[in-house]
Design a protein around this ligand. Structure first.
Ligand SMILES: Nc1ccn([C@@H]2O[C@H](COP(=O)(O)OP(=O)(O)OP(=O)(O)O)[C@@H](O)[C@H]2O)c(=O)n1
Ligand SMILES: C[C@](O)(CO)[C@H](O)COP(=O)(O)O
Length: 251
């Protein structure tokens, strides 16, 4: 923990939009896929700007994607744009590189979480201002979750076998924006440059990098509205949320 400050922190927001959206299967980068008639990235940028109007924004887009750069250039607000990388972490690192060096806090947000309510950004920012160095939003896991392993060859009818049932009350499904003391996040991403390919591929969020430095990561309440649009069904849900005006009512 850092000392609590009674003023807002100088904050940057990285929006990662550099993925290809294989699981959505539109054949174009996911952040360009229309949601209620507008690219997902535009929804995400509006959410960031509405929640944190003074934040400096950097967006990682797929390398060479001029359409995504045009979306950012037309956005009413200053947005730096950078080519993303092969992995999500590479994209975060690239965007961090174009944010001002004197920021105190950086939030990292997925463009794919286009409907994140302002309250979630505010909870993360408030925890950082109160002295936390790493903060993630999360929601309780509602399914029963099993640990599994490949099934023995004799069990030909099933591919996997259950090895345990974690206590669900302790589990959380993690979302973005994830917020960090800026220097800590830069250090964590610099350290990740020395990971071997397997370790790097297993990194799915920024908190993992900070955890590997031994820093405590705090959890604040996320939102069901902050779903990550990953599959076609997620897109149907996001369209329904917008059509029904549900995005204006948190949780
Ligand atoms: N090399 C990458 C991979 C992902 N992302 C971003 O990270 C967020 C979370 O990734 P995910 O939703 O998994 O997006 P994709 O990688 O595009 O999806 P898929 O795995 O289905 O291809 C998205 O906003 C995505 O654009 C990125 O900036 N650069
Ligand atoms: C960062 C993240 O959105 C937190 O839920 C998630 O881990 C991104 O990774 P994914 O593999 O693209 O789901």
């Amino acid at each position: 923990m850092s000392p609590s400050l009674s003023r807002p922190l100088r904050t940057g927001v990285v929006v990662v939009a550099g993925g290809s959206g294989q699981r959505l299967g539109y054949g174009i980068p996911k952040a360009r896929v229309p949601l209620a008639g507008e690219p997902m990235l535009l929804h995400a940028l509006r959410a960031v700007q509405a929640a944190l109007p003074n934040a400096v924004i950097a967006v990682a887009v797929p390398s060479g994607d001029t359409l995504m750069r045009t979306i950012c250039a037309r956005f009413p607000g200053e947005v730096s744009v950078v080519d993303g990388g092969t992995t999500r972490s590479d994209s975060v690192r690239a965007a961090l590189g174009v944010l001002p060096a004197d920021l105190e806090a950086v939030l990292v947000h997925d463009a794919a979480r286009a409907l994140t309510p302002p309250e979630v950004f505010h909870r993360v920012a408030a925890a950082l201002a109160a002295g936390a160095d790493a903060v993630i939003p999360a929601v309780p896991v509602v399914d029963t979750v099993k640990d599994t392993a490949p099934a023995p060859a004799a069990a030909a009818a099933a591919a996997r076998v259950v090895t345990g049932t974690p206590d669900r009350s302790r589990l959380r499904a993690v979302q973005t924006p994830q917020g960090f003391a800026a220097a800590l996040l830069r250090r964590a991403h610099a350290a990740a440059l020395s990971f071997d390919a397997g370790t790097a591929a297993a990194v799915t969020d920024d908190a993992m990098l900070v955890e590997s430095l031994g820093t405590e990561v705090y959890v604040v309440e996320g939102s069901q509205l902050s779903l990550k649009i990953t599959t076609p069904l997620d897109l149907v849900l996001a369209e329904a949320i917008l059509a029904g005006g549900h995005h204006r009512q948190e949780n």
